[in-house]
Design a protein around this ligand. Structure first.
Ligand code: NAI
Length: 630
């Protein structure tokens, strides 16, 4: 590509995430008694230099005095710096090779460690402009080349003047000395680079803020690897989702905003207009009205199991993919179920209550082991199956009923009806989903089928059990022990009183919907959902989406990926292919899947295409959303 632009790039905190001197300090001062004190001082001096409050030479001299570096430290320093290259630089290696003649690295750091790093990206050694160490015969650094302009104030400006580049000059950097080049009139533009550090005093002086190299390339139409800079994708995370999710999405380069609580419908209607990725938990209601305003929204991540809080049909019709975390807290629920069945069959709850009142009631009456008992599972999905395996390892016999055909794990016995399970079980545990038809699944009739003295557990959904019928059966002694975690009506917040006909009943464990609430589960969710979101944005993959037809796609190599979401009407695929054929475009791969509402077509085409094609594809009638990846 022929261009008339030169790119002047800073090294410390721009090309690499870190300041090389900070890393050098860890190496050269490794066993030094004043190590921590000196490191702190070095950071302070670096910042003073960056802000322009001390001279470059003073900064260099003072830091080298503290560092006492030697030749032997350079190799280990380079090894660490290679691991610390800025993420967006790594993503855009192509840029450096394509424009090698036009790229200069200019740094007040030292050639000895800069050159080995940047030349690996295709940057020419002669285009690396930096200071040089002076060593004594033992290899100890005794100073630096003081003739080099970069060792003095205004060094970058001076060097640029000498270079006299025959075109526009764009400077990318994070510090004051980078800004100086623009200020002196030697650069056309200064792009402050904020991926690694944000220096408040420099940002206002820049022509553009570039949170990543992607943004710089996009602004200058030089992007060859990334279709759209990630920092332009706004992510809104509500309801205190786990910090690991924030970290993952940030390190991917997205602009992420977080809020500790849910937003009201009105607030969300306003906020959603600029949001491309929304992360919520169970309290935020994503209604059709909210979605009407969500013109940039591509994907919703529900950082929980349930998705009832989202109008899934409305989201799908708008071409918004929804992902949740269906198995992230499975294990937590299973552990609680196991713990509760043991507590209940030993009558521990009543015994504990008595002890707190000072009553010593030592007796084995009404206390049993779970080993050898029959556990009846209603619902054999993610949780039911895992509970089945663990219960068997405790020596229980497992019976289950599921409306779907499910593979029995271990020695579990499948029953044809729910009644069959209920009649035989010593312990009954419910693990069905919350579909409307499951309301009062367990009511007077079903309690009637149960064995006397049964243990009854519901950690699934509240409306599945008729609470009045349960109360009567506890009071009559039919149900000898009961654990409930979910209720037909649950308080909206911790400030509201919990009201239930189950309060005060014997051998009854009541918990506030915490079956899946463990740190491990929250962290699992925090990892799982962002992975789904990033996969969807980066590859178009929709595996495990609750709203979109599920497609798992191969990684894209040397091709463009066209992602077309349309209303599910016949003939769209034919029209897409017709347009591509008309333009003589070669399809390297194509994937189509539909559900009742939408069709999802992925077409991989070879590199060259005419912008007109994109216009035509976008213009196909019934198109909901269209995007290109490359
Ligand atoms: P899942 O969807 O994997 O399994 C549910 C199973 O129930 C499916 O196999 C389905 O075919 C079956 N089913 C539905 N209706 C049925 C019926 N009437 N009779 C028999 N089988 C029926 O769900 P998963 O992940 O196992 O979760 C189970 C339940 O646990 C859900 O209701 C979920 O909301 C709840 N849950 C509760 C938590 C808590 O904090 N207490 C945490 C996590 C999940």
């Amino acid at each position: 590509m022929k261009i008339n632009k030169y790119f002047v790039i800073d090294f410390d905190s721009t090309f690499t995430k870190v300041e090389a001197f900070d890393v050098l300090a860890d190496i050269s001062l490794k066993d030094h008694p004043e190590r921590e004190h000196r490191k702190k001082e070095i950071i302070e001096i670096t910042n003073q230099g960056m802000n322009g409050s001390i001279s470059v030479r003073e900064s260099l001299e003072r830091r080298l005095n503290l560092l006492a570096p030697a030749k032997k430290h350079i190799g280990p320093l380079v090894a660490v710096l290679k691991e610390e290259i800025s993420e967006s630089f790594k993503r855009n290696r192509d840029f450096f090779t394509t424009f090698a003649d036009h790229i200069y690295i200019i740094s007040n750091g030292f050639r000895e460690f800069i050159e080995p790093i940047v030349t690996e990206f295709g940057i020419k050694p002669e285009n690396v402009l930096a200071n040089e160490f002076r060593f004594d015969q033992d290899g100890q650094v005794v100073g630096f080349d003081t003739e080099n302009p970069l060792s003095a104030n205004n060094g970058k400006v001076e060097l640029l003047r000498q270079l006299n580049l025959p075109g526009d000059v764009y400077v990318i950097g994070d510090g004051y000395t980078d800004y100086e080049i623009k200020h002196s009139g030697l650069a056309n533009k200064f792009y402050v680079f904020t991926e690694n550090v944000e220096r408040g005093s420099i940002i206002p002086k820049a022509d553009h803020i570039t949170p990543s190299l992607d943004e710089f390339l996009y602004l200058n139409k030089l992007n060859t690897v990334i279709s759209y800079p990630k920092n332009r994708i706004n992510v809104l995370l509500l309801e205190n989702v786990h910090p690991v999710a924030l970290e993952l999405l940030k390190s991917e380069g997205f602009s992420v905003e977080t809020y500790h609580a849910a937003l009201t419908e009105d607030e969300l209607c306003e906020k959603i207009k600029n949001v491309s990725v929304l992360g919520i938990r169970s309290k935020t209601q994503v209604t059709a009205r909210v979605l009407e305003q969500a013109n940039r929204l591509m994907v919703i991540g529900a950082f929980c199991i349930g998705t009832n809080q989202i109008d899934l049909d409305a989201a799908t019709k708008k071409g918004i993919a929804v992902f949740n975390a269906p198995f992230s807290n499975t294990r937590s629920v299973v552990e609680l179920a196991i713990a509760e069945m043991i507590m209940l069959i030993r009558n521990i709850v009543d015994k504990s209550v008595k002890m707190h009142k000072g009553i010593w009631d030592k007796s084995a009456k009404g206390s049993y082991e779970v080993r050898g008992k029959k556990l009846g599972l209603i619902g054999y999905g993610n949780i039911g199956t895992q509970l089945s395996v663990i219960a068997e390892s405790l020596g229980m016999k497992v019976l289950y009923y599921d409306t779907e055909e499910k593979l029995s794990l271990g020695n579990a016995i499948k029953c044809k009806t729910m009644k069959e399970v209920i009649e035989q079980a010593d312990i009954i545990s419910l693990h069905v989903d919350g579909r409307d038809s499951n309301k009062d699944l367990i009511s007077t009739q079903e309690f009637g089928w149960m064995k006397k003295g049964v243990i009854f557990i519901n950690l699934s959904r509240g409306h599945i059990v008729d609470i009045q019928a349960l109360r009567e059966n506890i009071l009559s002694g039919k149900v000898a022990g009961c654990a409930i975690d979910v209720y037909p009506h649950e308080p909206a917040s911790n400030d509201e009183e919990f009201q239930s006909a189950l309060r005060g009943l014997p051998n009854t464990i009541l918990t506030p919907h915490i079956g899946g609430s463990t740190s491990e589960a929250q962290e699992n969710i925090g990892n799982f959902v962002p992975a789904k979101i990033m996969d969807y944005i980066n590859t178009g993959s929709t595996s495990n989406s609750v709203s979109f037809p599920n497609l798992t796609l191969p990684l894209l190599e040397n091709a463009h990926r066209l992602i077309h979401i349309h209303e599910n009407v016949p003939g769209i695929l034919a029209r897409i292919n017709h347009i591509l054929a008309n333009h003589g475009i070669n399809i390297v791969g194509q994937y189509l899947k539909t559900n009742e509402l939408i069709g999802y077509v992925i077409t991989d085409i070879n590199k060259e295409y005419d912008k007109e094609v994109i216009k035509e594809l976008r213009g196909i009638e019934h198109t909901i959303k269209f995007r290109i990846l490359y």
